[in-house]
Design a binder for this molecule. Structure first.
Ligand code: 5GP
Ligand code: ZN
Length: 110
């Protein structure tokens, strides 16, 4: 499959990993919008938030259990968790991912 994040999971593209378990990988964004900018992804390929269902939502719950641990390890207490669904919303990689961004990095959004 021609998916950058699946290739990162497979180790075919290098990344700076900050967390990994059987279901989830987290790594630093290659074009950070802030000093801390981490992407958290499921190891299962889901195209985005629109692909979340009752059958796979436990995986998403797990991601949200992991996010506070990653933030704590990075020393950030105030942060945003962002997912872009669809190109018009800014999604450029069509593998579900959650951005962890400190403070109000995304100025002007809300
Ligand atoms: P999106 O715009 O889809 O919400 O976010 C995709 C993010 O993936 C962008 O912030 C972009 O910088 C990041 N990204 C794209 N390709 C790579 C890559 O090969 N390695 C890493 N670490 N991040 C990437
Ligand atoms: Zn993928």
């Amino acid at each position: 499959m021609d998916c950058i994040f699946c290739k990162i999971i497979a180790g075919e593209i290098p990344s700076t990993k900050v967390y990994e378990d059987e279901q989830v990988l987290a790594f630093r964004d290659i074009q950070p919008a802030a000093p801390v900018h981490i992407l958290v992804i499921p190891k299962t390929h889901l195209i985005g938030a629109a692909a979340i269902t009752a059958e796979n939502s436990a995986l998403v719950a797990h991601i949200f259990e992991v996010i506070p641990k990653i933030a704590a390890a990075e020393g950030i207490t105030d942060y945003r968790v962002v997912t872009n669904q669809g190109a018009e919303a800014g999604q450029t990689v069509h593998h579900l991912h959650f951005h962890i961004l400190p403070g109000r990095t995304l100025k002007g959004m809300c």
